[in-house]
Write a protein that binds this ligand. Structure first.
Ligand SMILES: Nc1ncnc2c1ncn2[C@@H]1O[C@H](COP(=O)(O)OP(=O)(O)O)[C@@H](O)[C@H]1O
Ligand SMILES: [Mg+2]
Length: 308
């Protein structure tokens, strides 16, 4: 459904503005990327990363932010990427979405190598980052129409698409008001809609609900489920374990740049239950604490709202 897509080739047209891509202090070392191929098990993965590494270079030395991450997300999944602050979540998402160069390893989105074919990869992905780059003087509808035009839609197609997306994120009533007057939750939902203008196969969200009140958070959850129900694969990072438990088909926990657990929420709980010989299933909080070696006290300092 929706209009035919004819996205303009070029950087920055993913519902991602260029100022968000600039990182002066990254180590630009895309050379030495080794091609590692696995026998394709049937379908093309929505996201596939192999031995993904990111080193940031700075005056105070090199930060090994991501130290060898392997990921496979199947088409149609909602995949959760959890970890404490500084674990490497945003760095991984930025590499997967072409916003940051890859130090070593490979990443494919919808079968497209993000380092070799960034423009093609960008056409397959939508990105909503925490720091939404919305122009406060525009209305929600204007923003979406402009975004559609940037992706090569006609005026008519762009306006039709904007209407569909405004309905999808339940912003029809506010559509013709300036973004300046939107609440945090409304801005987040508009940013979600703008990431969907070009009908991406995979939607990446970096902490889509951080800082939202509980009602807005539930609304975003519903919208993500609706978007996923229409066939879009969703890759989200979150610090909220309740969110991961509720939304995600599968999840990975990253700590110190390495994946320390991976599975469905039920599998991860069952594994811990068996390992500890518990009488009933632990919570995802318990799994997270076990995986990251953190205590509840430290978590309270490190991670917001870890206890659901
Ligand atoms: N631009 C940067 N330059 C140097 N270090 C960075 C930069 N961005 C992130 N880091 C460091 O990389 C590590 C992972 O950060 P990040 O991916 O933002 O973690 P998360 O999103 O899980 O909180 C942290 O130690 C962080 O301080
Ligand atoms: Mg982050």
């Amino acid at each position: 459904m929706g209009p035919p897509m004819n996205p303009v080739a070029g950087p920055g047209l993913v519902g991602v503005s260029d100022e968000r891509t600039a990182r002066s202090d990254e180590v630009d070392d895309v050379a030495g990327v080794a091609e590692r191929t696995q026998p394709a098990p049937g379908t093309t993965a929505a996201v596939q990363a192999e031995a993904l590494v990111k080193h940031y270079g700075g005056r105070s030395g090199t930060v090994e932010a991501v130290r060898g991450v392997d990921l496979r997300v199947e088409a149609g999944e909602i995949f959760g990427f959890l970890g404490p602050n500084g674990a490497g979540k945003s760095t991984t998402v930025r590499m997967l979405t072409t916003l940051l160069s890859i130090t070593s390893g490979t990443a494919r989105v919808a079968g497209v190598d993000v380092a070799r074919e960034p423009d093609a990869a960008r056409r397959r992905i939508g990105v909503a980052l925490q720091e939404a780059g919305l122009d406060p003087r525009q209305t929600g509808r204007e923003l979406l129409v402009l975004q559609g035009r940037l992706f090569g839609l006609s005026v008519h197609e762009a306006s039709e698409r904007a209407g569909q997306l405004l309905a999808l994120v339940e912003l029809e009533d506010a559509a013709d008001r300036r973004i300046k007057g939107y609440s945090g939750g409304m801005k987040r939902r508009l940013d979600l809609a703008s990431a969907l203008v070009h009908e991406p196969d995979v939607l990446f969200l970096d902490e889509p609900t951080t800082g939202l009140d509980p009602v807005s958070r539930l609304t975003v959850w519903e919208e993500l489920q609706r978007i996923n129900g229409r066939g879009t694969t969703v890759f989200l990072t979150t610090q909220y374990l309740e969110e991961a438990d509720h939304l995600c088909d599968r999840l990975a926990i990253i700590d110190g740049g390495l994946i320390v657990r991976e599975g469905t929420p039920a599998q991860l709980k069952a594994d811990l239950r068996e390992r500890r010989g518990l009488g009933s299933d632990p919570t995802l909080d318990d799994v997270f604490l076990d995986a990251t070696g953190r205590t509840r006290d430290r978590v309270a300092g490190d991670v917001q709202e870890v206890s659901a």
